[in-house]
Design a protein around this ligand. Structure first.
Ligand SMILES: Cc1ncc(COP(=O)(O)O)c(C=O)c1O
Length: 423
């Protein structure tokens, strides 16, 4: 039986503990939603204010050169590359995950159309994040492909001989289940298909090896585990074997080989820079830079391997405490117990009151979120664990609040049952 004292002792012995000071966490808040919007880096307000006052305010247009605004997407991309098993020059930070997915899926379909024109399927999971499915649906309609969704990963193998592109999200947004990227990419390649990965819940959360894992294309999110701020620019990675092969269809001037030559014809920039489109949001990229600094600050302490070890320890503890202390309250564990199949979040389902329970927890300062269920699964209470700023005592206290909300049935109060626009 774990005790509060055990949790305190684990915090005292945690080599990553000091990283918490890199963040501004409001008093009284236990933040279990870093898988949706990461906590603000403490350095962000001053750094963004300096970009506004000194760079924009004083340097004005000269800042594109003087403050290195022009190549910020590449410079941040080179730093982020270290977290996802990519090399410098293979990744840029830009646009949203949805827009970047459009670019890479377009390029993948173009390759497939040349190399394997008889293949007409894009395969994904019905449980994938909706924007991925919507983007794929739109492109499939336009290019004459069929989007085939499976209910279980085991159904993918039978479709691969007809598949042009296998498009998967590495860690599922609702369940926290994680794919074996290397095995799935190898299976796609062995059958002649390409593998496109969404790393929205992976970058900064779990170790990723894009080159070693055989991925063809990847996109991911800047505002979740990378702590880049609301709507932070996302990222896009293309394997070097594909990077020179095609333009992506959003062939704006920032992806041109010489944007300031202002030629009327388009010449794609070499490599990943052709995946840029238009003028970049410098203040948002500045916020993302602060977020990347927080994750990269773990490098001298063991980097992603150390973050992963702590993340698994936190999620193991949460699962054990929920099962010990909240037994009999109708909570079911949805996230896989096996470490190799678990991202950095824990999801619990409940047939009644999931939304209201989350609202009652938020009122107590324990911030998680809710995702609606479907035919396969009841509604979900979703808890993200960011090891950079969460401790073991936080986990103890969060479970304590969850037990109290359930035991007292405080979640039945009407204010916790009124649905907000954003859940
Ligand atoms: C797997 C996945 N992809 C994409 C997104 C969001 O994409 P965008 O930033 O374009 O809204 C999310 C958001 O939660 C997500 O979970």
């Amino acid at each position: 039986m774990t005790t509060l004292q055990d949790c305190r002792a684990r915090d005292a012995a945690d080599p990553l503990r000091a990283l918490r000071d890199l963040f501004t966490i409001p008093a009284g808040v236990i933040y279990l939603d870093g898988n949706s919007l990461g906590v603000m880096p403490a350095a962000a307000p001053a750094r963004i204010a300096a970009a506004v006052r000194e760079e924009w305010g004083t340097q004005l247009i000269r800042a594109w050169n003087a403050s290195g605004w022009f190549d910020l997407p590449q410079r941040l991309g080179d730093r982020l590359a270290r977290l996802v098993g990519a090399q410098p020059g293979e990744l840029v930070c830009t646009d949203s995950t949805s827009v970047n997915l459009f670019k890479v899926l377009s390029a993948a379909l173009k390759i497939a159309a040349e190399d394997a024109p008889q293949r007409r399927l894009v395969v994904s999971e019905r449980s994938n994040f909706p924007t991925d499915l919507y983007i794929a649906e739109g492109l499939c309609r336009e290019r004459g492909y069929r989007l085939q969704l499976v209910d279980a990963p085991e159904q993918i193998a039978a479709l691969l001989p007809e598949t042009a592109v296998l498009m998967l999200t590495h860690v599922n947004y609702r369940t926290g289940a994680m794919h074996d990227m290397a095995a799935m990419s190898a299976a796609a390649h062995a059958a002649g298909a390409l593998a496109v990965w969404d790393l929205a819940h992976s970058a900064g959360a779990v170790p990723v090896d894009l080159n070693g894992g055989g991925a063809d294309f990847a996109v991911g999110c800047g505002y979740k585990y990378l702590n880049g701020g609301p709507g932070a620019p996302a990222f896009v990675w293309v394997h070097p074997r594909h990077a020179q092969r095609f333009w992506q269809p959003l062939s704006g001037w920032w992806g041109h080989a010489a944007p300031f030559a202002f030629t009327p014809d388009y010449q794609p920039a070499p490599g990943i820079a052709r995946y840029l489109c238009g003028t970049q949001p410098i203040l948002s990229l500045t916020g993302l830079e602060c977020g990347l600094d927080t994750v990269l600050a773990a490098e001298p302490l063991g980097g992603m391997a150390a973050l992963r070890a702590k993340s698994l320890a936190l999620t193991d503890l949460f699962i054990a405490l929920v099962e010990e202390r909240c037994a009999g309250h109708g909570l079911e564990l949805v996230t896989p117990r096996a470490h190799a199949q678990r991202g950095s979040q824990v999801c619990l389902s409940r047939s009644e009151g999931a939304y209201a329970i989350v609202q009652a927890l938020i009122a107590r300062g324990v911030i998680g979120d809710y995702r609606a269920g479907d035919a396969q699964m009841p509604d979900i209470l979703r808890f993200g664990f960011t090891p950079l700023y969460l401790g073991f005592e936080d986990v103890w206290n969060a479970v304590e609040h969850l037990c109290e909300v359930l035991a007292s049935e405080e979640w039945r109060r009407s204010e916790f049952n009124a649905k907000h626009a954003v859940t």
